[in-house]
Design a protein around this ligand. Structure first.
Ligand code: SAH
Length: 246
């Protein structure tokens, strides 16, 4: 039922293809990969390396530490993996990129898939970014040693949104960031634990009251922990509904 004829198709360009599917080969994403809901092809950039040693990097123009991935090598790898009419977006994992958001994840998941380039060393020659139309994407304000783990993060966030991957459809709708709020707190049995009880409202069976409580908690947590999200939400609702009610 959940199988689609055209899987959500991903191609990863990396110097370490053995890192894929890695953790995405198990659990929900692994099952979906086996079922053909999505596909993953990890290609080694080094296949397009130069000379006897298949060199992929060189020293930075202007001097300085580290090595830079060559634009000609990377472009050859991209061209071999993706024809010019490939409809998939081409992402370059990069700490300089636009920070990944749930909104971007959702758009990616609704599309045909993605080609993802994983940087290494000091990064990639700037010219290939414009030359091959790469969209730089960051997973946060810290520096990783390579783009592979960042690519796995992007894939994980997208794959769980593909039709049929998550057990319960609703769990993708009420989550953190959907609607600009962090999620409300969860509880399960036992009802009392080490002197901490589940909030009464959740055991009362009043569904309207529960929905209200969850909404209030989500708003409280968002204002407390992520004033940036709370501010963005207020601005958005002002522009849609006019002056706020409260
Ligand atoms: N010299 C670079 C960091 C290079 S880290 C700089 O200061 O900006 C090597 C590679 O790891 C990068 O090319 C990128 O592909 C990946 N990477 C590192 N941090 C990342 C992040 N926060 N998000 C996405 N990719 C990242």
């Amino acid at each position: 039922m959940t199988h689609t004829d055209t899987p959500w198709r991903t191609t990863i360009l990396t110097l370490y293809p053995e890192m894929f599917p890695g953790p995405l080969g198990v659990s929900l994403s692994g099952d979906a990969l086996t079922r053909g809901t999505w596909s993953l092809e990890a290609r080694n950039i080094r296949e397009h390396g130069l000379g006897r040693h298949r060199a992929v990097d060189d020293t930075p123009a202007g001097g300085g530490a580290g090595m830079v991935l060559r634009c000609d090598v990377l472009a050859a790898a991209i061209d071999a993996a993706s024809p010019p009419d490939d409809p998939r977006p081409r992402l370059l994992m990069s700490p300089r990129g636009r920070p990944l958001t749930q909104a971007r994840v959702r758009t990616l998941a609704e599309g045909p898939g993605a080609l993802i380039v994983c940087g290494r060393f000091e990064g990639v020659d700037e010219r290939v970014i414009a030359g091959r139309g790469l969209e730089e994407v960051s997973i946060g304000d810290y520096v990783l040693s390579g783009g592979e783990i960042a690519a796995l993060v992007v894939l994980d966030a997208c794959v769980r949104l593909l039709p049929g991957v998550m057990g319960k459809v609703q769990s993708g709708v009420e989550e953190s960031f959907e609607g600009g709020l962090l999620e409300y707190p969860h509880y399960t049995r036992p009802r009392d634990w080490e002197g901490r009880a589940i909030p009464d409202v959740l055991s009362g069976g009043n569904h309207a009251a529960i929905a209200r409580w969850r909404r209030d908690e989500a708003e409280r947590l968002t204002a407390e922990r992520r004033p940036d999200l709370a501010g963005a939400r207020q601005a958005a609702s002002r522009s849609i509904t006019g002056p706020s009610r409260s």
